[in-house]
Design a protein around this ligand. Structure first.
Ligand code: SAH
Length: 644
């Protein structure tokens, strides 16, 4: 099979041939499925719900025939069988997952009772199901509750897979919202307007969901403006009541005055309709018993306009959903989903907006730019950065090279709005006319997944130097790659083997995931580490340093490090810093982190994280890991290899 990869030296998309099985295994390994399977509260509440409705069917003298939609590893089907179901039909659309489920179910003591169908439940023909069900169990929810198509899944299941009087686990779901004032959350949505003036103050922004671990947002950073209130309610047991497009106006009385900078959202589901078994997704500062999980988070939405409320005033919000998403507006506005008109919210991810806002308000960085760029002809080369415009206030001339056509338009509007008449914006290095004295970058490229992918700046800068034969200074001057060992309170679960879960042996699933995870090149995956509580368990280790004013090495270079740590380490984080003259742009740790203290991470970037294999995580004697990393000059990639 072919898969798409970004060449981090050129930004080009390339198709590479990959082994089908290896790649699907990688996909499953990276999907964070393990954290869902290890979500004990979820598992037990599903089992409680199943026990309750199966017992109810039996006490009515009926058989209990369960349809498990989206069986994954088969876990809920096994629970249903154990709870006494007479027959279970398991359905799974994702073939590699269904193949795993087939093996797990076959080797279980309930093999005889459970059939598996590999397809999407909504594609099943009524006659394909051997036993019509009277119980549906489905865990097809995401952070937005309905984003994985739960509404159609339930509605159509009532029509084709089950008969009248069917019980559903969960029976219902509610979605709650809480308008808040928050300078922090605003930075993930507003276009920069501190030192530059934003031409896009009127842009309604993007209606789409922003998934966040709200429990990790400091309570001081969000000021609730009222009590949380209900936005939507879904009865999964009544297919006819499920409507794909709905709008409601909901009201609450403001308990504080402030601007509605963001709408926080979470949901709960009632497993059997009794109110006794509820999964509640409220953040922990609202619901202290809330359990950590990464497969569901809380969500943030933004209203299309700035709104201010005074204490005692009624907050009236229009709450809308379609088949897959939710959005919120001020009551009286049109029902249509608002769309970004300025392109910034389309081109830039939420954390990129945060990064741009931070840069625009960063006085230290502005001072460096002033000192280094004053009176010079500058080239700013990035993809999705405003740093060239910051430089324009001091430079003689700035040529901004940005390969993204949408972002070039954004830059033009910012340039014109700020009357920066010394700025030229071009698509490629070949279009630079004025010979620069200096090249600047954040560095940042929209195509980068991990902070060090921005080394593309080095390739671009050297290419510019080669085009002109005069010496050109490159800023930042230095790239430094770092690693630090960590003890995450929870995040390690996304990579952990699951073993035996609620008494069921799921090691067949582990075999696939763990083989993929610990292949030759380790998975160092991007994660927004500020959202995950951890303490560091050893010193920060410098892995490699590149002088960006020197040529790129002609061959791959390999560098080694030994990372010492105290036991109970479960991960190693990797990020890079970019040294300017008197300032360091940090994409990871923002300040030194003494051992056993909580690291402070840059919220504008995802850092790289590698999880230790379980045997090492649990080994009391394991107190170091050897890291061998290779910089591949052909594509600017850095690969990692960990040994013990
Ligand atoms: N039931 C498992 C897995 C839940 S994850 C457990 O609780 O552990 C959701 C799974 O449902 C995914 O594997 C996804 O591929 C599958 N899925 C989602 N919607 C589906 C549908 N309509 N038909 C079949 N599978 C579906």
């Amino acid at each position: 099979m072919f898969i798409e990869r970004i060449n981090n030296a050129t930004g080009d998309r390339e198709w590479v041939v990959a082994d089908e099985n290896y790649d699907l295994a990688q996909e499953i390994a990276r999907s964070g499925f393990a954290d869902m399977i290890l979500d004990t509260e979820r598992n037990q509440l599903y089992e409680n719900g199943l026990q309750s409705v199966i017992a109810e069917k039996h006490s009515n003298g009926e058989e209990a025939n369960v349809v498990d939609i989206g069986t994954g590893t088969g876990l809920l089907s096994l629970m249903a069988a154990r709870a006494g179901a007479d027959h279970v039909t398991a359905i799974e659309v994702f073939k590699p997952m269904a193949d795993i489920a087939r093996k797990i179910l076959k080797s279980s003591e309930y093999a005889e009772k459970i059939d598996l169908i590999t397809t999407r439940s909504t594609d099943i023909n009524e006659n394909a199901v051997s036993v019509k069900g009277n119980i549906i169990v489905a865990e097809v929810f995401d952070t937005e509750l309905i984003g994985e198509g739960a509404l159609r899944t339930f509605k159509e299941a009532h029509d084709t897979l089950v008969g009248d009087g069917t019980r559903v686990v969960p029976s219902s779901g509610n979605i709650y919202i809480l308008p808040v004032q928050s300078d922090l959350l605003k930075k993930f949505s507003k276009t920069p307007s501190t030192s530059l003036k934003s031409p896009f103050e009127d842009c309604p922004g993007n209606a789409s969901v922003f998934d966040v671990q709200l429990s990790e947002v400091d309570k001081a950073d969000v000021k609730p403006l009222c009590e949380p209130f209900l936005a939507f309610s879904f009865n999964f047991e009544d297919g006819d009541s499920i409507i794909y497009d709905e709008t409601f106006v909901r009201e609450a009385v403001a308990t504080s005055s402030g601007s509605i900078d963001a709408i926080l959202m979470w949901w709960d589901i009632d497993m059997d309709g009794t109110g006794a078994h509820i999964i509640n997704m409220a953040p922990k500062w609202i619901y202290p018993e809330s359990q950590w999980r990464d497969h569901w988070m809380q969500a943030v939405y933004y209203l299309p306009e700035d709104m201010h409320v005074s204490a005692g005033e009624r907050i009236r919000l229009q709450c809308c959903h379609d088949e897959f998403s939710l959005w919120f507006k001020w009551a009286g506005a049109s029902e249509e989903k608002h769309n970004c008109t300025c392109e910034t919210h389309v081109v830039c991810a939420r954390n990129s907006l945060y990064r741009m806002n931070e840069l625009d308000a960063n006085e230290q960085m502005t001072k460096v730019i002033e000192k280094e760029c004053s009176g010079k002809d500058i080239v700013a080369i990035n993809e999705g950065s405003l740093i060239g415009l910051t430089a324009a206030s001091y430079a003689k001339s700035v040529t901004i090279v940005d390969s993204n056509p949408h972002f070039r338009q954004i830059l033009e509007k910012y340039r014109n709005h700020n009357s920066l008449n010394n700025v030229k914006i071009v698509a490629e290095i070949e279009k630079i006319v004025t010979i620069p004295e200096m090249i600047v970058g954040e560095p940042f490229y929209l195509s980068s997944m991990l902070p060090w992918n921005n080394l593309r700046f080095w390739y671009d800068s050297i290419a510019i130097c080669k085009r002109f034969s005069t010496p050109i200074q490159i800023l930042p001057k230095r790239f430094i790659l770092y690693a630090i060992p960590l003890d995450f309170e929870h995040l390690w679960k996304i990579a952990s083997p699951v073993g035996t879960v609620e008494g069921f042996n799921l090691s067949i699933f582990d075999n696939v995931c763990q083989t993929a995870r610990f292949a030759t090149d380790a998975i160092v995956e991007p994660q927004p580490l500020w959202e995950y509580p951890s303490v560091c368990t050893g010193k920060t280790v410098e892995l490699v340093e590149f002088d960006l004013n020197e040529e790129i090495p002609e061959n791959d270079i390999t560098f080694d490090a030994c990372i010492d740590f105290s036991p109970s380490t479960n991960a190693v984080a990797v990020w890079c810093d970019w040294e300017f003259s008197d300032y360091t742009m940090k994409t990871g740790l923002l300040e030194a982190c003494p051992t056993r203290s909580q690291p402070l991470w840059n919220k504008g970037y995802r850092q790289g994280v590698y999880f230790l294999p379980e045997a090492k995580r649990l080994d009391e004697e394991c107190n170091k890991v050897f890291l061998q990393a290779t910089f591949h000059e052909k594509n600017g990639e850095i690969s990692f290899h960990f040994t013990y």
